[in-house]
Write a protein that binds this ligand. Sequence first.
Ligand code: ZN
Length: 77
Amino acid sequence: MAMKSASKPRAPLVPMGKKRCDDPRIDYKDLTYITKFMTPQAQIQSRRRTSFCAQCQRQLKQAVKRARHVGLLPFVG
Ligand SMILES: [Zn+2]
């Protein structure tokens, strides 16, 4: 038996052009920026999709939760 292969190819590591997390101006009030890293269902995208490092992904997570708390973003889309 061959090794189990992944059923679908992985998403590219950097899908959003040359976007790097050098300058992540993550602010929970900046919805146009934050929603770029969310799915249409208002879920936060994974680090593989956002290409953020752990620190910036954590900032994004906190910003999204903050925005949800003050009613700028939905909890479920
Ligand atoms: Zn970073």
